[in-house]
Design a protein around this ligand. Structure first.
Ligand code: FAD
Ligand code: SF4
Length: 444
């Protein structure tokens, strides 16, 4: 697979990885041993039958390959670009024990780009399910429900559809047009999608449930964690969420970082993407992380790509103040050290010059979706996609321990299984759930 060189890729938001050519795809597919007990399938969180789709590519049956993938994974347009396949399906490939594993993700991409997406002709049943959130979990839930003959309606609070796939993951990994095309296909298949509609504000969950047979909360983790230290309101300090929503696809020349410094605070994949986005606008970028490299939670691939693009790293730094008159000029940090496996302050202070600070220290579930309803909490266990309110289910980053697209997809599939059971046997439960929020609001 052709990959853009660092010098080339930092000039724009062009996709870094290019799709296999037919010759490359055939050569790679032909390396597959077609194991009797393929481990790669077990490595895929969505259970894609890698062996079978690779065999179909070998036979030149690209549509068959895509159909095999779609049986378990309704959104290969995202996973074939964004999956951490090196740690999933490809990590299990037996060829990896002695040499290079099969590039399963790249072959998945080849199948997607060389066939038509399958139209879902689910029988349009009478049951209706509302899905709150249009990210990968909400989209996957809608597609899976449609397959089962249930009518989904997506409600999205933003002015666009796709969740983090379009509002955070930069265009160099998943171009905006990929999400837009997926949304268009879903709308053409009759999936209703409402934007600028916030549950907890425009309607409560209870009100939504009045008009639907069930509800799926697929709201992700849409609240950014904050750093409350002196100066945190200065101009030039921005959350990862706001920064990536505005700039992660290279929107014209609205941000000019030439000759300026950006400090990204954090050490996860989100911090890497913020840094690499700022770099593409011309900033000199430093990532300041409170632990050391060994503890940095980002994927190794993301770290290495950031490093080769020219991002600098500073470790064991805890921010203590943002300095400037109106605009940010410097960030003060206290140095930390490791003592008995704990990171403790040393009292040593350092300052980094910064015109822009991007805070990428994490995100959390936003409970405002429950506003006005009796529902208070998420289920405690990830495996349980049901909530305490009958008829209300939950999927994706909002509940998953592993916060990736493929895990969001698998979680949505599990939620749909639970919904199907509920729709078969849940009439009584639905009635209770519909009445409950209003009983409480009216003090009944
Ligand atoms: C910078 C960054 C890079 C990433 N890169 C990758 C990657 O390369 N590969 C990968 O696999 N994963 C990646 N991830 C993780 C991946 O994006 C998430 O795991 C995935 O998007 C989760 O899907 P979701 O649908 O659960 O949540 P989200 O994508 O967060 O979607 C939730 C949606 O719900 C909407 N919403 C929230 N509250 C309400 C409400 N009350 N009413 C209506 N709508 C609401 C939100 O606006 C949002 O559109 C990345 C994440 C980040 C932040
Ligand atoms: S969805 Fe991801 S983990 Fe599964 S086969 Fe595709 S690339 Fe591998």
């Amino acid at each position: 697979m052709h990959v853009l060189e660092p010098k080339e890729r930092i000039k724009s938001f062009e996709e870094i990885e290019k799709c296999f050519t037919k010759e490359q795809a055939m050569e790679e597919a032909n390396r597959c041993l077609q194991c009797v007990n393929p481990e790669c399938i077990k490595g895929c969180p969505a259970g894609v039958n890698c062996k079978e789709f690779i065999q179909k590519i070998r036979e030149g049956n690209m549509q068959g390959a895509l159909n095999t993938i779609l049986l378990e994974n309704p959104l290969p347009c995202f996973t074939s670009r964004g999956c951490n396949a090196e740690a999933q399906c490809e990590a299990k490939c037996i060829l990896g024990k002695t040499g290079e594993p099969i590039s399963i993700r790249a072959l998945e991409r080849f199948a997607v780009e060389n066939s038509e997406q399958k139209k879902i002709n689910g029988d349009t049943g009478k049951k209706k399910v509302a899905i709150i959130g249009s990210g990968p979990a909400g989209m996957a839930a809608a597609l899976e429900l449609k397959k089962k003959g249930v009518n989904p309606t997506i409600m999205e609070m933003q002015d666009n559809f796709g969740g983090l796939a379009v509002n955070a993951i930069p265009g160099y990994r998943i171009p905006k047009k990929v999400t837009e095309e997926q949304v268009k296909q879903m709308q053409e298949q009759g999936i209703e999608m409402k934007k600028n509609f916030k549950v907890g504000e425009n309607q409560t969950i209870g009100e939504v449930l009045q008009n639907f047979d069930a509800v799926v909360i697929a709201t992700g983790e849409s609240s950014s964690k904050k750093i409350e230290v002196k100066g945190s309101k200065l101009t030039g300090i921005i959350s990862w969420q706001e920064f990536l929503k505005k700039y992660s696809h290279g929107n014209g020349n609205r941000l000019n970082g030439e000759g300026k410094k950006c400090v990204v605070i954090g050490g996860g994949d989100t911090a890497m993407d913020c840094a690499r986005t700022a770099l593409r606008y011309g900033y000199g970028v430093v990532i300041a992380y409170r632990k050391n490299l060994e503890f940095m939670p980002c994927r190794k691939k993301e770290y290495l790509e950031a490093l080769e693009e020219g991002i600098k790293f500073e470790y064991l730094l805890q921010p203590t103040a943002f300095i400037g008159k109106q605009n940010l000029e410097k960030i003060k940090f206290e140095k930390l050290e490791i003592k008995k496996e704990e990171f403790v302050p040393t009292k040593e202070k350092i300052a980094l010059n910064a015109d822009l600070a991007v805070l990428a220290i994490g995100q959390e579930f936003d409970e405002s979706v429950f506003k006005g309803s009796i529902m208070q909490g998420k289920p405690l266990k990830e495996e349980i996609n049901e909530t305490e309110l009958p008829g209300v289910f939950i999927a994706g980053d909002a509940i998953s321990k592993n916060k990736t697209i493929v895990h969001a997809i698998q979680s949505a599939k599990n939620a749909v299984k639970e919904i199907q059971k509920f729709l078969k046997e849940g009439k009584q439960k639905k009635a209770e759930a519909t009445l409950n929020p209003f009983d409480v609001l009216l003090g009944a």
